[in-house]
Design a protein around this ligand. Sequence first.
Ligand code: NAD
Length: 349
Amino acid sequence: MKLNLALVKGDGIGPEIVDSTLRVLDKVAEKYGHQITCTELLAGGCAIDELGEPLPQATVDRCLESDSVLLGAVGGPKWDTLPGHLRPERALLGLRKALGLYANIRPAKLYPALRGRCPLRIEDTFDLVIVRELTGGIYFGERGRREGPNGQEAYDTECYSVMEIERIGRVAFETARKRRKKVTSIDKANVLESSRLWRETMHRLAAEYPDVEYSDMLVDNAAMQLVRNPAQFDVIVTSNMFGDILSDEASQLTGSIGMLPSASLGEGSRGMYEPIHGSAPDIAGRGIANPTATILSAAMMLRYSFGLAAEADAIEDAVNKALEAGYMTCDIGGQLTTDEMTDKILGFI
Ligand code: NAD
């Protein structure tokens, strides 16, 4: 298969972890007979430095021509004082919008080798995925300030259409079909009308997926259940804001920000794949960043955008084996450098 990738290395540790990931992708391509072409593109702080804007139009255009986008991380203290529209983070929002990415998929998995880093005292490991709606809800609703009877007030509005709920629901049910076939939809249907429409729509959709076990949960209970027994979840589907909060909660349970990948998907097969962590300016340039989150993001890309399940499994198995053998970077309690960790993972492919 020919894979035409757009690479946005970004800032801080971005170039280091993307370079490691390319070594892994090259090895997989060689082993399974694929051809990978990469186009390097500027976005974030490095694009501001070179071209004066965080997301040059050329980057957007080339991403739209690619089969998929692999991103390192953007941002850093150097650009923190710039006005909002010039901040590196604008590049992420701009790319998501331009590529029509409405579903954010964030796995949170506790590897047996990292059990000691989980802040919970639990017997089981866990392996769950949060499917977060990314382009609707309160982040994009009507908002403003006005004069009220007690002086100035501010308001934000949560609005979801049946279409938006259905399409994110389908992503969740389809994801569950490739996993343990269980979906939990999280809402606040005891209070919010938008959540009541969310729940009604999910119920209707669940009837189309009789092979998937479905349940609803209120968000306050979900926040509690995640720390009480995360192993009960397989796929969680929820709105933009609840997903933002719950996915950060879940990621902390794995005890390792350097391990967690993510995918953002839209209509078609093109997606944007990136680690959940940022550009880690405190360790940039020292060669000690954990490349695993980005390497696992590439595995998600092979699985979701290209349907290459065996290749994705090969990467995920190699990561697991490297950890089981005790190979770790310093963020997860080891001493390996970025290159050494990459070498160990490559050795298991
Ligand atoms: P961060 O995720 O960059 O770092 C938080 C802590 O985790 C730091 O101590 C860092 O050293 C460590 N860390 C993160 N990734 C690591 C890795 N792969 N290996 C080892 N340690 C790792 O979050 P932050 O410090 O709040 O943000 C730094 C910059 O990144 C900011 O400019 C922020 O806006 C940006 N950011 C970008 C993204 C993105 O590009 N998607 C996401 C979050 C933050």
